[in-house]
Design a protein. Structure first.
Length: 269
């Protein structure tokens, strides 16, 4: 039976790549975000476009407008999924807010105070809230997978202080929620993509080297591979932060162009 999955923040970027890769395995994917077709965004992308592409890949894409800073909107999303299917196989927490303007390398004392709220609320907090609603369904079913999209910024300085604190918090959220959910055969895993060719990166907004990058769909292929694992094998990875490129090498999948990106993990000294 194809999985039923919620992917948050899937108008563009990693979230969109995840949704498309899951569509390719026939999943029903609830695509959430705030940008609807006909609304302008600086780098394009809408939840409606993503949902249509999921369906074109062989899955079923369902666009749901959801502000993940609004708990009532989030609760309504999960109620809709339960009413439609009576189950939720996976939640991918990807929604994350990066404020407009220069962010990379800006000292924390020069950032607007709102930068903290944007990255922590639409990121760490929204992951927690969505996990609560997902867990309430999954523990009853005694099955499920929650994936938190994290970053190498959880372990080293990336972007700025609020970004790193938020991503480190995501990994701690993964570890501790995995502990509570282990008795119910629900796994929780953080994923660390490498340098991803998102729309914003390709538009020159992020100062990264595209020659060592990976597509947004590679993370989705990692999640598809995790969903295909037996429950016990997922459980052995639960609570951990895993590098997408390393999972590709371990589980035998590649990027959309057939390449196997190198892990950006720094060797321990």
């Amino acid at each position: 039976m194809p999985p039923v999955v919620i992917v948050t923040g899937a108008s563009r970027g990693v979230g969109k790549g995840v949704a498309l890769a899951l569509g390719a395995i026939g999943a029903t994917v609830y695509v959430t975000g705030r940008t609807r077709r006909g609304e302008a965004h600086e780098v394009g992308g809408t939840i409606d476009d993503t949902a249509d592409e999921v369906t074109a890949r062989g899955g079923q894409g369902i666009a749901i407008a959801c502000d993940h800073a609004d708990d009532t909107s989030v609760a309504t999303l999960f109620e809709r999924v339960h009413a439609d299917h009576g189950r939720l196989d996976a939640l991918v927490n990807n929604a994350f807010g990066i404020p407009d303007g220069k962010q990379h390398g800006v000292p924390f004392f020069e950032l607007p105070l709102a930068a903290w709220d944007t990255m922590i609320d639409v990121g760490l907090r929204s992951h927690y809230i969505a996990s609560v609603f997902a867990a309430r369904q999954m523990v009853v079913a005694r099955a499920g997978l929650i994936v938190n999209i994290s970053s190498f910024g959880a372990g080293s300085y990336q972007v700025n202080v609020p970004y790193g604190v938020g991503k480190a918090g995501v990994d701690r959220l993964t570890r501790d929620t995995a502990r509570d959910l282990a008795p119910f055969d629900v796994a929780v895993i953080s994923l660390w993509p490498g340098i991803v060719r998102t729309e914003r990166m390709l538009a020159g907004q992020f100062p990264y080297d595209a020659t060592i990058s990976e597509s947004p769909e590679l993370t989705g292929r990692a999640i598809a591979a995790l969903l295909a694992l037996p429950t016990a094998e997922r459980a052995s990875r639960s609570g951990k932060a895993l590098v997408v490129a390393e999972l590709a090498a371990e589980l035998g999948f590649t990027d959309v162009d057939g390449t196997l990106p190198a892990s950006l993990r720094r060797p321990k000294k």
